[in-house]
Structures are given as structure tokens and as C-alpha cells.
Write a protein of this length. Structure first.
Length: 339
């Protein structure tokens, strides 16, 4: 982390896939007064694309973007958008509203530069714009997603993703697999591993001493004592018993129809959902952001995709992007307290 005294953290905000809504929501976040209260937002990407996005969102009253060559040139008193240009993307190269290798290459180069800045301490965290993995692959970056790209760039051995929305911090037992495969992944060992990693993330990244964790049930009514499935009896319950013996404060398995209502009420510091939609659907209404725990830098991103269908219209909602900024700033503040 950089030594910045009492000043707010400086965040590198990448544009993401420039064919999607990334540039628009990055600009909207950067000019938002509530964002400026918690950080110094520095966009990372093509200045020309940023200029277009400013026109799209009707933010011309703040002036043209200010281009800097290094984060140390950031002017806290400059009221319009500031951008560190990493990849010049001409109008003839860019595809708005769809996939292209040029867009994917620009997104990758923006990400690479933002990571370099974070590793050197020139910025305090990275907030990623939404990227399409097919776009990255078209550009020659063969990663299943952005997180794996960050992992490679930073040399991290492994990462653990948390979804944060409203009062809830949710870990998923499985992510982008079929529901049939997700059910097969509900094993005693996997549940135990995710609970342990979540406990570590809540303690180390969020500064929560002795966090209370809740784990959802898989079957209706958590199986109703085996009448509607035995996963709770044979795998989930024993995993949680082992976690408690290891000193982790964990409850469950809690019937999923009540679990997220309890989460909304703030009963848990962290929650484990057993498959993708079980955890993501309740968080969508909160415009959630994600945090990649395990990287040597702080990295968050908005919990949605590129939304090609509304790219270039100025209609994109920046709430999730702003939430990603708030999350990064909060984790940075927690790390400073711990440090």
C-alpha cells in the first residue's frame, strides 16, 4: 500500500470492455460526489474513449478529461474526469455494442497497467470495469475470467471471490457450472474449505474479529431431516461441526428461504450459498460488487456484465460500479487500521 497519510485512497478504475457500458459507468462513478468523498478516482484507459463517454452521459459541464502520465499527477481539486492513458483506441478500431479483439486487447492492457500501479503502490486499489471473457480470448488472453487474469498478473497462488451487496457478504460454493454439476460439488470437504476461506477473508480483509458465518441449506427446508435429501445430514452438517471444532463461529445449514431474509437483517458477517443462483439472485437487488481475496492488491468490480445492448446510449446504471468503489475504499481503510 502507498503511504498517503490522511488523504483518501487513490483508486485505479479501468474502463473494462470499451464496446460495453464500462466507459460510461466508469465516468459516472468518477464524477459522482459520493465517490469523490471516499477516494481519488483515476480512470485507466483510452482518453478518447473517456471523452466519448463524457459526451454520452452529458457531463461536458465539467470539462474535458485531464490526461496524466502517472498517478502522482492527480489533482484533487480538478472537478472533471482524470485519466491515465494506457492504450489508444481509435474510433475505427472500436466496436460499440459487441465483441471485438481490439476491445479485448484494450481491456487487457488497461488491466495490466492498473495492476502494475497497484503493485508499485502508486494507487491503493483497482476497481475493474466489466469485461467479456470472449473478448479477452479473441485478443489472445486465454483466461476464463478477469479474476484469473489478475491472479496471473500478480502471481497470486489462489483467489477467493466474495459478493458484497447491502448488508450481505456472500461466498459461493460453486460458480459457473451447470446446476447438476453444482449439486455434485456439495461435498463435506468443499463446504469446510469455503467456510475456512470466508472466515479468513472476513478477518483479514474486513477487519471483523471472530466473524459469525451462516451456511445455507441445499434442499427445501434443509432436507427436513432427510425426507427431501440427505446432503445436509451427510455433508453440510458434518463440515460445519468440523469448522466449529476448529474455532469458527458458524451456523447452519439454514433453510434457504429464510437464510437470505436473515442476511438482510444483518444476522451474519458472512454467508455461504451452495450454488450460483442461490447466492446471486438475492444480491442482484443490491447492485452488488465483488472482491477478490488472496491477491496482493485490493481489487473489486461491479457484479454485472458488459450490457452490449445499451452500450453508447448513456442509459447505464452506475450503482454497482459505485458500490465497487465504496467496497475498495472500505477494504483499504480496514487494511490501514490493521496495519
Amino acid at each position: 500500500m502507498s503511504e498517503r497519510g490522511s488523504r483518501p485512497p487513490r483508486l485505479a478504475i479501468t474502463l473494462g470492455d470499451t464496446g460495453g457500458i464500462g466507459p460510461e459507468i466508469a465516468v459516472k462513478a468518477a464524477i459522482s460526489p459520493d465517490v469523490r468523498e471516499v477516494c481519488e478516482p483515476l480512470l485507466v484507459g483510452s482518453a478518447g474513449v473517456v471523452h466519448e463517454a463524457i459526451e454520452q452521459v452529458g457531463a461536458r459541464s465539467g470539462g474535458d478529461p485531464r490526461v496524466v502520465e502517472h498517478p502522482r499527477e492527480f489533482d484533487a481539486d480538478f472537478r472533471s474526469v482524470q485519466v491515465l492513458e494506457t492504450y489508444t483506441l481509435g474510433p475505427e478500431e472500436r466496436t460499440t455494442g459487441g465483441l471485438s479483439a481490439a476491445n479485448g486487447r484494450a481491456a487487457a492492457e488497461d488491466t495490466r497497467r492498473a495492476v502494475e500501479l497497484a503493485l508499485s503502490g502508486a494507487v491503493d486499489a483497482v476497481v475493474s470495469g466489466p469485461v467479456n471473457k470472449q473478448g479477452l480470448q479473441m485478443a489472445g488472453y486465454d483466461y476464463p475470467g478477469q479474476t484469473e487474469f489478475f491472479q496471473d498478473l500478480t502471481g497470486a497462488e489462489s483467489t477467493f471471490t466474495l459478493l458484497v451487496g447491502g448488508p450481505m457478504r456472500v461466498a459461493l460454493l460453486s460458480t459457473h457450472v451447470s446446476l447438476r454439476e453444482a449439486l455434485e460439488l456439495v461435498t463435506r470437504q468443499r463446504v469446510a474449505d469455503v467456510v475456512a476461506k470466508l472466515n479468513a477473508a472476513l478477518t483479514e480483509a474486513f477487519g471483523i474479529e471472530e466473524p459469525h458465518i451462516g451456511v445455507a441449506g441445499l434442499n427445501p427446508h434443509s432436507g427436513d431431516n432427510g425426507l427431501m435429501g440427505r446432503e445436509e445430514i451427510e455433508d453440510i452438517g458434518p463440515a460445519l461441526q468440523g469448522a466449529r471444532k476448529a474455532g469458527i463461529d458458524v451456523s447452519g445449514p439454514v433453510p434457504a428461504d429464510a437464510f437470505f431474509l436473515q442476511g438482510e437483517a444483518g444476522r451474519y458477517d458472512g454467508m455461504v450459498a451452495l450454488y450460483h443462483d442461490q447466492g446471486v439472485i438475492p444480491l442482484k437487488r443490491h447492485s452488488y460488487a465483488t472482491f477478490a481475496y488472496g491477491l496482493p492488491i485490493i481489487r473489486t468490480t461491479a457484479g454485472h456484465g458488459t450490457a452490449y445492448d445499451i452500450a453508447g446510449t448513456g442509459k447505464a446504471d452506475s450503482t454497482a460500479m459505485r458500490n465497487a468503489v465504496f467496497l475498495a475504499a472500505s477494504i483499504y481503510a480496514s487494511s490501514r487500521r490493521e496495519g
